[in-house]
Design a binder for this molecule. Structure first.
Ligand SMILES: NC(=O)C1=CN([C@@H]2O[C@H](COP(=O)(O)OP(=O)(O)OC[C@H]3O[C@@H](n4cnc5c(N)ncnc54)[C@H](OP(=O)(O)O)[C@@H]3O)[C@@H](O)[C@H]2O)C=CC1
Ligand SMILES: O=C(CO)COP(=O)(O)O
Length: 328
């Protein structure tokens, strides 16, 4: 059955999801602050893939109009922008799907926690997993996971958003699914640095494996189920992001490995690099909760404390091996 969907955020991911939902016959309204994006969507042209025409996607800069438009709200904004947008919106009684991946700096909150704080009487779900926007825009086969507490509502949502090329699995561990999507970006930056330095495939495989162990340690401490990290939103998205040129997080790391400063690398990419912010939140969380997170800690000292890359690598590679906590 056709429904109305509001998408908050007309970036690449918001536009890809809008395109997917409209192909399924839903009526979609995208909210974005950028007039050029709004204009392009209203003209039926994908702002990021100009060869693709888009039908049935309307767009607005009017947040109230967007919120009032539908019962179903998809949040696809950069994580650090979500609070400021939701503070301006009165969100009440909606079914909300968070599609953003990261932790909020300062509060260390997951996206569903930010949404919960700033909305009333809403049911909140998280959509995550290995899903590059450009491939979803093109309708290439993709599998994702939808997590939430109310499995009946999740099942209804799955029926609304699934297609043969967009396969949706369900999960009741929203904490694990959100943390999988947020933490894999940090490890993807580390893998990018290793690739940029020319360290080779062995090093990248080691970082991905030890990175996954680090994600599990952090996640379990924060209340996630261990097994969730071995599914689409943890391992699945880590494999994708840490090994593909399409990833902004990996590319960010790659450019740093090639000698660029973090500022220059961010400038060059010109899109959201969520892992850069999440590193900060993870560093504070792991300090506060005494979680052993050597890769995230090393990235923090490189990106935010100005420690030279050679020293960071030396510390990481020469740190005492096999502490009891490292056996996972
Ligand atoms: N791209 C992908 O493949 C995927 C992305 N995601 C997640 O989706 C989220 C969004 O990423 P993505 O769409 O790729 O990012 P993009 O960089 O493509 O776009 C971000 C968009 O958010 C807008 N924006 C920034 N700040 C604000 C604000 N304060 N108020 C309103 N709009 C704002 C930007 O506008 P402007 O350009 O004017 O600044 C831009 O249109 C991230 O959390 C990402 O991890 C998840 C799965 C896949
Ligand atoms: O999360 C993503 C794919 O699942 C997108 O990753 P990047 O933000 O690194 O491009």
């Amino acid at each position: 059955m056709s429904q109305k969907f509001t998408i908050l955020g007309g970036g690449r991911w918001g536009t890809a999801l809008a395109s997917h939902l409209s192909r399924l016959g839903h009526e979609v309204l995208v909210y974005d602050k950028n007039p050029k994006v709004v204009e392009s969507l209203n003209a039926g042209v994908n702002p990021y893939l100009e060869s693709q025409s888009l039908e049935r996607i309307a767009s607005t800069q009017d947040l109230k109009e967007a919120i009032d438009f539908s019962q179903y709200l998809v949040v696809a904004l950069p994580v650090q922008a979500i609070r400021s947008v939701l503070e301006k919106a009165e969100v009440r009684g909606k079914v909300i799907i968070s599609a953003s991946k990261g932790l909020e700096i300062g509060t260390h909150k997951r996206v569903s926690q930010i949404i919960e704080e700033l909305s009333q009487d809403c049911q909140i779900f998280c959509l995550s997993g290995p899903s590059f926007a450009v491939e979803v825009m093109k309708g290439l086969p993709t599998a994702v996971v939808l997590a939430g507490q109310d499995m009946e509502q999740a099942q209804r949502l799955r029926e609304l958003i699934s297609s043969p090329y967009f396969r949706v699995y369900l999960c009741d561990d929203i904490v694990g699914v959100e943390l999988g999507g947020a933490l894999k970006n940090v490890i993807a930056i580390a893998c990018g640095i290793s690739d940029g330095l020319g360290y080779g495939h062995n090093a990248r495989a080691a970082l991905m494996t030890r990175g996954l162990a680090e994600m599990v340690r952090i996640g379990v401490q924060l209340g996630a189920k261990r097994d969730t990290f071995y599914g689409l939103s943890g391992m699945g998205d880590l494999f994708l992001t840490a090994s593909s040129d399409l990833s902004r997080n990996r590319t960010f790391g790659y450019l740093i490995g090639q000698g660029l400063s973090a500022e220059r690398a961010l400038e060059r990419i010109g899109q959201v690099v969520e892992g850069y912010h999440t590193v900060k939140a993870v560093k504070e969380l792991s300090d506060n909760l005494q979680i052993y997170a050597p890769i995230s800690q090393a990235l923090y000292s490189l990106l935010f404390e100005g420690k030279p890359l050679e020293e960071v690598l030396k510390d990481l590679l020469l740190r005492p091996s096999l502490s009891p906590y490292e056996s996972l």
